[in-house]
Design a protein around this ligand. Structure first.
Ligand code: GLP
Length: 245
C-alpha cells in the first residue's frame, strides 16, 4: 500500500484527478472504475477542467461505477447515476454507452448483478478503480463482515451508512435500505486501485484499514492484499494512523 498524505482535501482530490488523467493519457481506451459520495467531487471537478482545457479525451474511455441504490431510477436526483451525470459525465466527452452503473430499478437485481460482472469482464476488466472509504470501513457498499470473494450483489445497508448518506436526502427516511454493489472480489480484480479519503470522521476507518491485520470487520483492510494500491489522504483523515501500535 502506497500512502500519501496531503495538506488538505483540495490537494488530495487534485492529486487523484492527476492519477486518473495520467491513466487515460497512457491508455486512451482505459476502463475506469468510479465512486460516488462527497469525497470525489473535487476530483471530478478537476477532471472536467482538464477535459475542457483539451488535455483529456474520454472518447474511448469506458467507466463502471461501484454501486447504485436499489429502488431509485437513474434520473432520481439522489441516484448515483444522477450524481455522476451532474459531477462528471455531463462535463466530459464520454460516450453514453460507455457508462456503466447498476440499474437500481432492475426487475431481477440478481440477474442485473451477474450481467454487470459479465460486462466488466467483456471489456477486459478494470484498469484503475477509484475508491472512497465509508465510516464503517466499507468500500463500495461492502459493509463490515462482507465475504472477500463476493462479486456484484445486492446488500442491506447498515444503520451507520444510512445515517451518513442521509445528508444527501431531504428526509433521512428517504435513504434506500438496499443497494447493488461491486463485491470485494470484483474490486480486488482491478489492476490498480486509487483510494481517496478525506476528513476527520474517516480517521478511525483509515487506522483500521492500514494499521490492523486484514479483517472483514474493516472491508478496506483487504486492500493490504492488493499489489497495486495508492491511498491519498488529507491530514485530518491521517491523524489516527501515525500510532499504529
Ligand atoms: C458511500 C459509497 C462509497 C463511498 C463511501 C464514502 O456510501 N457507497 O462508494 O466511498 O460511502 O462516501 P463519502 O465520500 O460521502 O464519505
Amino acid at each position: 500500500m502506497n500512502i500519501r498524505v496531503f495538506d488538505n482535501e483540495a490537494q488530495a482530490g487534485q492529486a487523484a484527478a492527476l492519477v486518473i488523467a495520467a491513466q487515460i493519457v497512457k491508455k486512451p481506451d482505459s476502463v475506469i472504475g468510479l465512486a460516488t459520495g462527497g469525497t470525489p467531487v473535487l476530483t471530478y471537478q478537476d477532471l472536467a477542467r482538464l477535459t475542457k482545457s483539451g488535455i483529456l479525451d474520454w472518447d474511448r474511455v469506458t467507466t463502471f461505477n461501484l454501486d447504485e441504490y436499489l429502488g431509485l431510477a437513474g434520473d432520481h436526483e439522489q441516484s448515483f447515476r444522477a450524481f455522476m451525470v451532474k459531477n462528471l459525465f455531463s462535463k466530459v466527452n464520454i460516450k453514453p454507452d460507455a457508462i456503466h452503473i447498476p440499474d437500481g430499478l432492475a426487475k431481477d437485481p440478481e440477474a442485473e448483478s451477474l450481467a454487470y460482472e459479465r460486462s466488466i469482464n467483456t471489456r477486459g476488466g478494470i484498469d484503475l478503480q477509484l475508491l472512497g472509504l465509508g465510516r464503517t470501513g466499507h468500500i463500495g457498499f461492502n459493509e463490515p463482515d462482507s465475504l472477500f470473494s463476493t462479486r456484484t450483489h445486492v446488500v442491506d445497508l447498515t444503520a451507520d451508512t444510512i445515517s451518513a448518506n442521509a445528508r444527501f436526502f431531504a428526509n433521512p427516511s428517504d435513504v434506500p435500505r438496499q443497494a447493488m454493489t461491486m463485491g470485494i472480489g470484483t474490486i480486488m480484480q482491478a489492476r490498480e486501485i486509487l483510494m481517496l479519503v478525506t476528513g476527520a470522521e474517516k480517521a478511525r476507518a483509515v487506522r483500521g484499514m492500514v494499521c490492523n491485520p486484514v479483517d472483514p470487520q474493516c472491508p478496506g483492510s483487504v486492500l493490504q492484499l492488493h499489489a497495486n494500491v495508492t491511498v491519498f489522504l488529507d491530514r485530518p483523515a491521517a491523524t489516527a494512523m501515525y500510532h499504529c501500535q
